[in-house]
Design a protein around this ligand. Structure first.
Ligand SMILES: Cc1cc2nc3c(=O)[nH]c(=O)nc-3n(C[C@H](O)[C@H](O)[C@H](O)COP(=O)(O)O)c2cc1C
Length: 171
């Protein structure tokens, strides 16, 4: 059983989530292949997929969307799980809650992949990756800087995927 784990990342935070998912799957006896979306050329040979992306201004990154389109015709019949990573800051704050809404592209991604689930994980915001203008804006939202990734939630979600695959191996 081989599962492709692939996620688009701009500054690496979502790439590390994909890495953690692949590691958690492997620890539970599922062979996981980790590749950035732009390096995914063939989809044959995988029995399931975990696709993800960082979210910027409500959208998945273009390389993840391109893979969703490239794979049209290949997703059907094999289980697909989706994740997004984005919300930063205090989860109780209105702006962070707003970030946590599903990405704008989700209906399109779901329609293309037939995914069984989408999960939104908190992300990481590093001041040094922001433009001058963005930094100025961020001064208003200091609490949004930092690493909010929830490794336990990521491991638990991955374990659930491994359990499903062990119960009902896809072909
Ligand atoms: C300009 C900008 C816009 C962002 N827009 C969103 C957004 O709309 N929704 C969200 O959940 N996170 C948003 N984020 C937070 C990022 O998704 C978060 O920092 C993520 O962990 C980055 O992952 P990466 O390092 O893999 O690119 C934004 C961050 C920046 C800098």
């Amino acid at each position: 059983m081989s599962v492709l784990v692939t996620a688009a990342t701009k500054y690496g935070a979502t790439g590390e989530i994909a890495q953690a998912i692949a590691t958690a799957l492997t620890e539970r006896g599922v062979t996981a292949v980790l590749l950035p979306p732009q390096q995914v050329t063939a989809l044959e040979g995988y029995e399931a997929f975990v696709l993800g992306s960082a979210v910027y201004t409500g959208h998945w990154l273009p390389e993840a969307m391109a893979l969703v389109q490239r794979g049209a015709g290949s997703w059907a019949g094999r289980p697909v799980w989706l994740f997004s990573s984005g919300p930063v800051g205090d989860p109780g704050k209105a702006l962070t809650k707003k970030m946590g809404v599903d990405p704008v592209d989700l209906p399109k991604i779901r329609a293309a992949t037939g995914a069984r689930e989408h999960r939104m994980f908190p992300g990481k915001l590093d001041r040094k990756n922001l433009s001058f203008g963005q930094r100025a804006g961020l001064a208003l939202f200091r609490s949004m800087q930092g690493d909010f990734r929830d490794w336990d939630a990521i491991r638990d979600w991955s374990a659930g995927i491994a359990d499903v695959l062990h119960q009902a191996p896809a072909r």
